[in-house]
Write a protein that binds this ligand. Structure first.
Ligand code: TZP
Ligand code: MG
Length: 223
C-alpha cells in the first residue's frame, strides 16, 4: 500500500554524531525545524537499547504527529508499533518484511545500484494504491559520505535523474546531502532528502532542518 507520505526532509539518526547531546532533543529540534519523517538508525545499540530508544522516539513523534521508521529491525518496529521499517540489501528481503508488517506500515528499501532499483516491482502502476511494492526507495549514497563506511559507489545526480525517468517509485536521496546540494537532489527527481550528519552534527539541528527544507522547496520550484 503506497501511502502518500511526506519525505521532504527525512532525519536518520546516529547518536555518535550528536556530540554527546540527547538524541530525543535533537529529534524534537529537527521536527520543530520541519523534519517530516524520522528514522531511528543506531548500529551500535543492543536490541534492548534500540527498543528503549524506539519507544521513547515513538512517544515523542506520536505527540508531534510525525512518522517513526525503524532501521533494519522488523521485530523492534513491530514491538513499538512504529509507522514503518527501513531495510537494505543485506537485511531481510523486502517481500518477507512486507509479509511481516502487513500492508499498512511504511516499508522503505535501500537501493545501492541502478540494477537493484529497476528490479524492484513498481506495483503501484499495475495495482494502483493497493500495490505491495515498497513505499519508497532510499537511493544512495548520492555523494561521498563519512557516516556510512560500507557504501557502494556514489550514484551522483545524473544517475539519480536517470532513475527518476525510469520509475514511478517515490525516491529519497541519501548520502552526503547537505545545504549545498539538497536543492540539486530534488531537482534531479528525488521526492525528499534523507540526512544524518547535516542535522545530527549541526550546531542547531532546528536551524539546519529549516534551511534544508527551504532548499527542498526551492528544488521543487516552491518558495
Ligand atoms: N545510507 C546510504 S549513505 C548513508 C546511509 C545511511 C549515510 C548518510 O549520512 P550523511 O551524514 O547524511 O551523509
Ligand atoms: Mg540495513
Amino acid at each position: 500500500m503506497n501511502k502518500k507520505r511526506d519525505y521532504s526532509v527525512y532525519l536518520v539518526t546516529d547518536r555518535p554524531l550528536c556530540a554527546g547531546r540527547d538524541l530525543l532533543q535533537i529529534i524534537e529540534e529537527a521536527v520543530a525545524g520541519g523534519a517530516t519523517i524520522v528514522q531511528i538508525r543506531e548500529k551500535d545499540a543492543t536490541a534492548r537499547e534500540f527498543y528503549e530508544l524506539a519507544c521513547a522516539a515513538k512517544d515523542l513523534l506520536d505527540r508531534l504527529g510525525i512518522p517513526l521508521i525503524i532501521n533494519d529491525r522488523v521485530d523492534v518496529a513491530l514491538a513499538v508499533d512504529a509507522d514503518g521499517v527501513h531495510v537494505g540489501q543485506k537485511d531481510l528481503p523486502y517481500a518477507e518484511v512486507r509479509k511481516m508488517v502487513g500492508p499498512h506500515k511504511i516499508v522503505g528499501l535501500s537501493v545501492d545500484t541502478m540494477e537493484q532499483a529497476l528490479s524492484v516491482p513498481d506495483l503501484e502502476v499495475v495495482l494502483g494504491d493497493g500495490g505491495f511494492g515498497p513505499d519508497y526507495l532510499g537511493v544512495g549514497p548520492i555523494f561521498p559520505t563519512n557516516t556510512k563506511k560500507d557504501t557502494s559507489e556514489e550514484w551522483g545526480l545524473e544517475n539519480l535523474a536517470s532513475l527518476r525517468a525510469q520509475t514511478h517509485q517515490r525516491l529519497v536521496g541519501i548520502g552526503g546531502v547537505n545545504l549545498s546540494n539538497a536543492r540539486d537532489v530534488i531537482r534531479s527527481g528525488a521526492d525528499g532528502i534523507a540526512v544524518v550528519s547535516a542535522i545530527c552534527a549541526a550546531e542547531s539541528p532546528k536551524k539546519a532542518t529549516e534551511e534544508l527544507l527551504a532548499e527542498v522547496m526551492l528544488g521543487r520550484g516552491l518558495e
